[in-house]
Design a binder for this molecule. Structure first.
Ligand code: ADP
Ligand code: ZN
Ligand code: ZN
Length: 736
C-alpha cells in the first residue's frame, strides 16, 4: 500500500543524493497524486537532480515562497515499494548514512539518471532442429559448444540473451557463427527470459531432507536458518529444493552469492535446475542489462534473482525466500559510501516480509554462530560430504629448520609428486599475488616503497613492474637501489607468480594454472583457467583466495597451504576468523569425489593451540576457542562497535578533526560506550592521504546508536572538518 493521497498535499519531501543527513522540501504541483517511492526531477543548487519522493506534506516547516517546485514527475508508479523504502530508511538510521544517498544507491545507474523505467524487448535465440550443419566441437570451440548445448537442451524453447550472457561475457562472439551456419535462430519478440530445467536433482541424504523440510515448512513466516554444511555436503542441493518449493507457491526467491563472475559453475547449475524466469544482478552486467534485470525483478516478472551484495536492495513484490550462500564472505559488506552488510539487511527485510532466510556456509561467521548459540537462528547441520566423497585429512607441516626451496619444504614437494604420480591434481594456495612482496637492497636495507602509501611495492616479474596492492600505483622494477644505487637487490618473500614458476621448474612435464586477479584480468581468462582446472588439463593449480570460492575441481586430491601463519599474527580483530575460514574453504577443494583428499598446512607455529584445534578438530571447535577470546576482549559479536575514519592530504587534519569528534562524544559521555582513540590508521598513508580513526565500543546496540546520532548533526562545524573526508562504519568488518 503506498500513500497515494490525491490532491491534499501542497509539498513533498524528497531524498536527493547528497552527503547531507536530511530530506528536502519542495512545492508539489496541485492536482497530481503524490506517489511515495517514485522519482522526480528537482532543482538543487544550480543543478537539476533526480530524487525520490519520501512523503507528501500538507505543510512545510519552511515558508512556501522559499521553496522551489518539483520540475518533473518521472514515474507514475512507485519505483521503490513501501517495504524497500522502509528497509532503506531503517538502514539510513542504523548505518548513519545520508538518506538521499541510501535511497538513490538502491537504484541501478540508469534509473538514478532519470531514464524511463520501462522494460526492453528481449533478444532471444532458438535451436534449429532442421539444420544439417556440423555442430561445434567441444574441444575446438568450447564457448560455441556451450551456447549450442544450452539451446539444444532447451528443446525448441526460446533462450534469452541474458542466459547466454551468463555463460560468458564473450557470448556474442559464439552466437554469431552459430547463427551464420543456421544451427540456431535469432528472434526478438517480446518475451520474458524463461529458463527450463534440464535436470532433476539426486535423492536427498537424510540430513539434507531434514534441512529442506525445516525450511520449506516455514515458507510464509520469518525464520532465520544457519545451514552449516561442511564443504561438499550438498548445501546447493538444499537451496535448489527450497527454491522449487517456493516457486510452487508463486514466490520470488532472492539468492545472494559472493561473486558471480568467480562462480560460473554455480550459475550454470541453477540454470540446469530451475524452471522459471531467472535473472542475475552483478557487476559484470552493463548498465542496460542491469536496469533490465532490476526491472524484471521489481515488476515481479523474475522468479529467481541471483545476485551479489546490492541485490539485497532490489524490490521483489512476491518475495518468499532469501538464501545467502557463503554467508561468512567479506564481500557481503559494502566497504565504501553506504557501508551496509547485505546479510544484516536481508534479515531485516525477511522480517518485514515474513519469509525465511537461509544462511549457508561451511565456515560460519562468528556473528552467525553467536546468533545460533543464542537461539536467534535455527541451526541445520550437514555433517557429511554428499556422494562418495569423504572429508580430507588435514595435517600441519612443520617447516622450522627444514630446507626450503622457494618457500616450499621438501616434504611438500614429495607430497605433490606422489599425488601427481597417482594421476591426480594438486592445488597450492598462497594468498598473495605477484612474484615477491618486497624488493630489498642488500647494501643499504632500503625497500622499494609506494610513494603514496605506507607499504612496500610488490614485484611483478613477468611484467617487470613494481605494483602497490593498496593504491594501484606502478613503476618499472629498478635495476639499482632507488636509495643508494646498489645493484644488490633481493626479491624477498613469495607470491603466486613465484610459486608457479618454482613448480614449473620442479615439475617441467605438467601444466600449471595460476589463478589470481592478475592472471584473470583479461576477459575470458578466468573461465579458461577454471576449465583447465576442472578438466584436469592443468595438473597443478596455484592461486589466491579466488581458488577457495566454491569451485569443484574433481581431480584435486592434495591442497597445500603456504602462508597460513600470517593470520595468526594479523593486526585486525577478524584476522584469525578469516584465517580459519580461508584454510577450511581451500581445504574443501580437496578430494571432492571418490578419491581421498589431503591437506598440508605449512607452518612455523606447529604448537600453536588454535592452529592445532583448527586442523585436528575442525572449524566449529576452532570458532569456539576464538569466540572466547572475542568475549574477553569485548569485541563483536559480544559488543557493538563502530569505526569513524577520517582522511586528508595533510597529516594533522584527520587527528584534529577526530579529537573534536571525540570531545563531542564525551561531553557528556554516553554511559556504556567507550571511545578509543583517535589513533593513526594501521596503514597511516594510503593513496596519498593520511588516515586516522576513532573506535566506539558499546555494550548495547542502542547505546552505540545514541552516540552515533550526535555525529550526524553539524559535524562540519568542527575544526578541520572542511579539510577532512570522514565516514562512519557501523559493524566494520575490519579496523583498517
Ligand atoms: P556444497 O554446496 O555444500 O559445497 P554441493 O551442493 O555443491 O555442496 O554438492 C557437492 C557435490 O555433491 C555436487 O557434485 C553435488 O551434485 C553432489 N550432491 C549433492 N547432494 C547429493 C545427493 N543427495 N546425492 C548425491 N550427490 C549429491
Ligand atoms: Zn640501497
Ligand atoms: Zn600505494
Amino acid at each position: 500500500m503506498n500513500a497515494t493521497n490525491k490532491n491534499s498535499f501542497a509539498f513533498v519531501q524528497v531524498a536527493v543524493p547528497t552527503p547531507l543527513h536530511q530530506l528536502f522540501d519542495y512545492r508539489w504541483r496541485g492536482s497530481e497524486a503524490v506517489v511515495v517511492g517514485s522519482r522526480v526531477a528537482v532543482p538543487f543548487g544550480r543543478r537539476s537532480m533526480v530524487g525520490i519522493v519520501v512523503r507528501g506534506l500538507s505543510e512545510s516547516a519552511y515558508p512556501a515562497n522559499k521553496l522551489r517546485a518539483v520540475t518533473e514527475v518521472l514515474d507514475s508508479e512507485p519505483l521503490l515499494p513501501e517495504d524497500v523504502m522502509s528497509l532503506l530508511e531503517w538502514a539510513s538510521r542504523y548505518y548513519h548514512h545520508p538518506i538521499g544517498d541510501v535511497l538513490c544507491s538502491a537504484l541501478p545507474v540508469l534509473l538514478r539518471q532519470g531514464k524511463p523505467a520501462a522494460l526492453m524487448q528481449r533478444e532471444i535465440y532458438r535451436f534449429n532442429a532442421q539444420s544439417t550443419a556440423e555442430p561445434p566441437s567441444e574441444k575446438k570451440a568450447s564457448l560455441q559448444f556451450s551456447v549450442f548445448s544450452l539451446l539444444r537442451e532447451a528443446d525448441g524453447e526460446a533462450v534469452d540473451a541474458s542466459s547466454l550472457a551468463n555463460l560468458s561475457p564473450r557470448w556474442r562472439s559464439a552466437v554469431k557463427p552459430l547463427v551464420e551456419r543456421g544451427l540456431i535462430e535469432p528472434d526478438s519478440s517480446m518475451v520474458l527470459p524463461s529458463n527450463s530445467a534440464v535436470d532433476t536433482g539426486p535423492v536427498l541424504l537424510p540430513e539434507q531432507q531434514t534441512a529442506v523440510t525445516a525450511i520449506t515448512s516455514e515458507l510464509g513466516s520469518f525464520k532465520p536458518f544457519l545451514l552449516n554444511g561442511v564443504t561438499g555436503s550438498g548445501k546447493t542441493e538444499v537451496y535448489l529444493r527450497c527454491i522449487e518449493a517456493a516457486l510452487k507457491q508463486q514466490q520470488q526467491i532472492l539468492i545472494l552469492v559472493p561473486e558471480i563472475a568467480l562462480t560460473p559453475q554455480l550459475m550454470r547449475r541453477f540454470q540446469r535446475r530451475i524452471t522459471g524466469c531467472l535473472v542475475s544482478l552483478h557487476s559484470a552486467l552493463n548498465a542496460t542489462e542491469r536496469m533490465q534485470n532490476w526491472l524484471l525483478a521489481a515488476k515481479g516478472h523474475a522468479d529467481v534473482v541471483i545476485g551479489t551484495r546490492s541485490a539485497v536492495l532490489v524490490p521483489l513484490p512476491r518475495l518468499g525466500l532469501i538464501i545467502i550462500d557463503e554467508e561468512h564472505d567479506g564481500s557481503l559488506k559494502q566497504q565504501d559510501g553506504f557501508r551496509y552488510h547485505a546479510r544484516d539487511l536481508a534479515m531485516v527485510r525477511a522480517r518485514n516480509r515474513s519469509c525465511p532466510v537461509v544462511l549457508g556456509t561451511a565456515t560460519a561467521s562468528f556473528e552467525s554462530l553467536h546468533n545460533a548459540a543464542t537461539g536467534r537462528y535455527t541451526e541445520l547441520n550437514l555433517t557429511q560430504r554428499a556422494g562418495d566423497a569423504t572429508p580430507p585429512n588435514m595435517a600441519l607441516l612443520d617447516i622450522r629448520r627444514r630446507p626450503l626451496i622457494e618457500g616450499m619444504s621438501d616434504r611438500l614437494f614429495d607430497a605433490i609428486e606422489k599425488h601427481l604420480a597417482a594421476g591426480n591434481q594438486a592445488l597450492v594456495f598462497i594468498n598473495r599475488r605477484g612474484f615477491a612482496p618486497t624488493l630489498l637492497c642488500n647494501d643499504c636495507g632500503a625497500c622499494a616503497d609506494c610513494r603514496r602509501c605506507d607499504a612496500h611495492m610488490t614485484v611483478h616479474a613477468k611484467r617487470a613492474r613494481l605494483r602497490c596492492h593498496h593504491c594501484g600505483s606502478e613503476r618499472p622494477v629498478p635495476e639499482q637501489c632507488e636509495s643508494c644505487g646498489s645493484l644488490e637487490l633481493d626479491r624477498l618473500g613469495y607470491g603466486t607468480e613465484r610459486i608457479a614458476a618454482a613448480l614449473e621448474e620442479r615439475f617441467p612435464d605438467v601444466s600449471v594454472a595460476r589463478i589470481d586477479r592478475d592472471s584473470t584480468r583479461r576477459k575470458g581468462a578466468l573461465q579458461s583457467q577454471l576449465d583447465a582446472a576442472t578438466s584436469g588439463e592443468a595438473r597443478l593449480l596455484v592461486g589466491t583466495q579466488m581458488l577457495a570460492k566454491g569451485h569443484h575441481f574433481p581431480g584435486v586430491t592434495l591442497v597445500c597451504i603456504l602462508d597460513a601463519d600470517r593470520g595468526l599474527f594479523g593486526t585486525d580483530f577478524r584476522a584469525l576468523e578469516q584465517m580459519g575460514q580461508l584454510i577450511i574453504q581451500v581445504a574443501g577443494r580437496s578430494g571432492r569425489e571418490e578419491k581421498q583428499g589431503s591437506v598440508l598446512v605449512q607452518t612455523r607455529n606447529p604448537d600453536n593451540p588454535i592452529m592445532q584445534t583448527l586442523v585436528t578438530d575442525g572449524y566449529a571447535a576452532f570458532a569456539k576457542v576464538a569466540l572466547d577470546d572475542r568475549r574477553l576482549a569485548m569485541l563483536p559479536p559480544y559488543a557493538y562497535v563502530a569505526l569513524i575514519r577520517a582522511e586528508a592530504p595533510d597529516m594533522n587534519s584527520p587527528m584534529r578533526f577526530l579529537q573534536g569528534v571525540s570531545q563531542r562524544l564525551l561531553n557528556p559521555p554516553v554511559a556504556g560506550v567507550s571511545v578509543l582513540g583517535p589513533v593513526s590508521a594501521p596503514m597511516e598513508r594510503l593513496g596519498g592521504k593520511y588516515r586516522a580513526q576513532l573506535l566506539l565500543q558499546a555494550e548495547r546496540r542502542s547505546l552505540l546508536n545514541e552516540a552515533l546520532s550526535r555525529l550526524t548533526v553539524n559535524l562540519d562545524s568542527l575544526p578541520n572538518a572542511k579539510k577532512t573526508r570522514w565516514s562512519i562504519d557501523v559493524d566494520p568488518v575490519d579496523l583498517f
